[in-house]
Design a protein around this ligand. Structure first.
Ligand code: NI
Length: 166
C-alpha cells in the first residue's frame, strides 16, 4: 500500500469534474487500498480520487463504522438541515461552519459494478455530500455564504503566496 500526497487548493484537478468509471475491475483494488491508507494517515474521514490527482468518480470514507467505497455516486435525496464545522484535506488547517442538509442518501456502485446505496445523517450525511462535491469539481468553499467565501479565498491566496515566496 502507499500513501499519496494530497492535492491542495489551487490544483486544477480539484476544480475538474471527475470522469465516471466505465469498466469495473479488480484493478481498482490497489487504488482503493492506497486511497484508504492515504485517508487514515492524513487523518480524514473521506477522500475523493481527484484529491490524489486521479480524476475518476471514486471516493472512500469511514465515519467510524468501517471503510466503504463508492463509484459514480450521486445524491438522490436530502432532508433537514445541519450546521457543522467542516474541513477538507485539500484545504488543510481551515474549518468553516457550513449549513447543509443533515440527511443524505447516495446511489452508486461498488468495485464489482453492483448498485449500492449509502445514507445517513450528521457526519455520514456530510461526508457523502462533501465527497460527491469533490467529484463534481467543487470544494467546500463553494458552500460558504458569499461574503465568507470572498474572505476565505483572500486568506488562502495570501497563504499560498507566502508558502511559494515572492
Ligand atoms: Ni474534502
Amino acid at each position: 500500500m502507499a500513501v499519496f500526497p494530497i492535492r491542495v487548493f489551487g490544483d486544477p484537478v480539484l476544480r475538474t469534474p471527475a470522469e465516471p468509471v466505465e469498466e469495473f475491475s479488480s484493478a481498482y483494488e490497489r487504488l482503493i487500498e492506497d486511497m484508504l491508507e492515504t485517508m487514515y494517515e492524513a487523518p480524514g474521514v473521506g477522500l475523493a480520487a481527484p484529491q490524489i490527482g486521479i480524476s475518476k468518480q471514486i471516493f472512500v470514507a469511514d465515519v467510524g463504522d468501517g471503510p466503504f467505497v463508492m463509484f459514480n455516486p450521486e445524491i438522490v435525496e436530502t432532508s433537514d438541515s445541519w450546521a457543522f464545522d467542516e474541513g477538507c484535506l485539500s484545504v488543510p488547517g481551515y474549518f468553516w461552519e457550513i449549513e447543509r442538509p443533515g440527511f443524505a442518501r447516495a446511489r452508486g456502485y461498488d468495485i464489482n459494478g453492483d448498485a449500492i446505496e449509502v445514507s445517513g445523517d450528521e457526519l455520514m450525511g456530510r461526508v457523502l455530500q462533501h465527497e460527491i462535491d469533490h467529484l463534481n469539481g467543487m470544494l467546500l468553499l463553494e458552500r460558504l455564504p458569499r461574503r465568507t467565501k470572498k474572505q476565505a479565498l483572500r486568506e488562502l491566496r495570501e497563504a499560498a503566496l507566502r508558502s511559494t515566496g515572492p
